[in-house]
Write a protein that binds this ligand. Structure first.
Ligand code: PLP
Length: 360
């Protein structure tokens, strides 16, 4: 029985085509700027995002940290969502290595930060205050069902940033999911931003790596930060070879992952003891909760799915009885069907039994 891994889109192993490209990649020492495959990846990524330059980095965390440190000096402040990955899941790196102070705002259900709250969070010119330097948006916003932030909202935030002489960074770990869901080019979603980072290693299936893009001058600074973080790699073209396939091919098929996410959400919405909101599923992330009277707890559900069916699904918040599911390249409609029948067997055994009988 093959494993169905719905824990994250980071579990995507490289495709056979990627492995072949990696084996045959032309490489050089990227610290000297000599790796032709890295250089090509950076050029193509910059072009796709409509930016002057791009930089390959080891991870999304390194991409965000290099960007934040390239924009902010010690003691300066960045405004971002309380549920932003940069704030919650990056080990406090901006504070740890950059002395950058976060000023957090609630993330709304649609993934946005309220514009008036952003305006109010910007510090005035007063010796008591830290200097506000940066606004960070996350697109898609993972905590909000992977909500894609549309271009007009980003333009509004960029205008606020410009009016106050701030920079705008977009944590676009899943920017191509956002572009796909909104039917626009990724460049449209970042044209007003000073910097953007995105992951090759999530839905785009590459084994390792992220990319940062922005002006040439910004990338020079981010490059120096990357070096200081130990992110100067040598024959990294081995990795970039997979990343090029991510850019050229994997960005064009993400609608399939959005369809399987919706298929999953529509399926569980029919089940007893489950609360979800199908209308919020616009990309590849689904959250659901088990109701208080459910016959099983979320950690039990996850353990049973794993032991009995080879289905991996991680509880997101046990006290909230919530689970987060992500779809990706290796999840096909038949895997979703298998997952739904396994969940039905655990949550709705009577109906599952009836279906089994009528199938016999
Ligand atoms: C995964 C992710 C990152 C960080 O990427 P890593 O490669 O895990 O360091 C940053 N932001 C968001 C929104 C992410 O989902």
């Amino acid at each position: 029985m093959s494993v169905i891994d719905l824990r994250s889109d980071t579990v995507t192993v490289p495709t056979p085509e990627m492995r072949e490209a990696m084996a045959n990649a032309q490489v050089g020492d990227d610290v000297f700027g000599d790796d032709p495959t890295i250089n090509l990846l950076q050029e193509e990524a910059a072009a796709m995002l409509g930016k002057e330059a791009a930089l390959f980095v080891a991870s999304g965390t390194m991409g965000n940290l290099s960007s934040v440190l390239a924009h902010c000096a010690r003691g300066e402040e960045m405004i971002l969502g309380k549920d932003a990955h940069i704030f919650r899941y990056e080990a406090g790196s901006a504070a740890m290595y950059g002395g950058v102070q976060p000023n957090t705002l609630p993330v709304q259900a649609d993934g946005t930060l309220d514009l008036n709250q952003i305006r109010r969070a910007i510090r005035g010119n007063n010796v008591h205050f830290p200097t506000t330097r940066l606004i960070c948006l996350e697109n898609t916003q993972a905590s909000a069902f992977g909500a894609p932030l549309p271009p007009d909202y980003i333009a509004d935030v960029a205008n606020i940033a410009r009016d106050h002489n701030l920079k705008l960074h977009i944590d676009g770990a899943r920017i191509f999911n956002a572009a796909t869901a909104l039917g626009v080019e990724a460049s449209e979603l970042v044209k007003d931003a000073d910097s953007v980072s995105f992951c090759l290693s999530k839905g785009l299936c590459a084994p390792v790596g992220s990319v940062v893009a922005g002006s040439r001058e910004f990338i020079e600074r981010a490059h120096r930060v990357r070096k200081s973080l130990g992110g100067g790699m040598r024959q990294a073209g081995i990795l970039a070879a997979a990343g090029l396939i991510s850019l050229r091919k994997m960005t064009r098929r993400l609608h399939e992952d959005h369809a399987t996410a919706r298929q999953f959400a529509e399926g569980i919405a029919q089940m007893p003891y489950i609360r979800t909101d199908v209308s919020r599923v616009k990309t590849n992330i689904v959250y659901f909760n088990l109701t208080a009277d459910a016959p099983i707890a979320v950690d039990e559900l996850s353990a049973r799915l794993k032991a009995d069916h080879g289905i991996l699904m991680r509880p997101y918040d046990v006290s909230e009885r919530s689970v987060r599911v992500l779809t990706h390249y290796w999840i096909k409609p038949e895997h979703v069907e298998r997952t739904l029948s396994a969940m039905r067997a655990l949550l709705d055994p009577v109906r599952a039994g009836r279906e089994r009988l009528s199938a016999d």
